[in-house]
Design a protein around this ligand. Sequence first.
Ligand code: GLY
Length: 395
Amino acid sequence: MKQVKDEGIQVGSRYDQAPQLTKERCEEAMAFILGQVDRNLETFADTFPSEASTGNIYKQIGNTEWTPAFWTGMLWLAYETTGEEKYRQAAEKQLGSYRQRVEERCYTDTHDLGFLYTLSCVSAYKLTGNEEAKQLALEAADLLYNRYLEKAGIIQAWGNLSDPKQQGRMIIDCLMNLPLLFWASEVSGDRKYYDAAASHVQKSAEYLIREDATSFHTFYMDTETGRPKYGSTAQGYSDDSCWSRGQAWGIYGFPLSYRYTEDTELIGLTKKVANYFLSRLPEDYVAYWDLIFTDGPEERDSSAAAIAVCGLLETSAHLPLTDPLKRKYENAALLILKSLIKNYMTREIPSSNGILLHAVYSKPGNNGVDECCIWGDYYMYEALVRVTRDWKPYW
Ligand code: GLY
């Protein structure tokens, strides 16, 4: 793996102490989330929340986009934590639309199949042994595998594989799609999915992470020669800035691959990526939408914060007790989570059907700026489940 600088945590003793965050406070936040899930249960029975809210209210969309499974995943978290059949029934009822999507190839020209089928179908299979869900997830893994470009050693993110604008483009978010491939190898016994995912994670480490431990959002590879071309952004401030959610996808995505590959270099890399992120958090620990900003009037991205909490907890779990960062990452995760619970939930906005305020989907695209984003809601829920329970990831 290439040399990447570790600047350490640059903010002195900021993460040396755990905050006062009781289990009761976390359970109370989860009770609020469950209330919002209940409130949305009928509205989003056959439809799904839009990617981002408008005025903090999600609209109904079909099973399109990259985001429906964040809602289905929340239903599975609700089922898992309460044991109430209504959540399981609601999640199982949605399987039909995931079947239709994969069978009819509706909006399947995307690497986001990993997000989609991990949280809807792998979760269903892991929690209930649902065979149909297992088959659907395997079919989705096949479609995802078909996006693997052998010479470049990567999975193409978006669009038709022959689209010249998208050809050979990988993005940091894809790290979260790899668990579907690793899982598919485990359950099918076919090693090809594992090999593709293992190659993609290596190429991500090599090219999406810069030498100063920041990340490109996207990077182009030459699909004929396999040579690296150049990095660029889609949702960050600039090509050479560090998009906060991209960095958070790295903090969570690399250790998830480590779960399957046990390549310790991935954990070493995650530490550098996490240290850079933690060194740039503002006073309330919730990142601005791009890490180029560390104070001032720009919007926060609470969804990046929630993803980072899950990633820091995942990373910490893989560190030995003797590593001082183990405790610091736990402390950092709790500090961020406490801030999200206190100041970023929709409690004071009764009209909202969302959970986490102040996320940014795409500032350059002027889409979902300072809104709820459905993945932010999901990761907030997952973060709370992680800190209150011994949780086995769907990833
Ligand atoms: N994966 C798309 C995003 O993070 O906006």
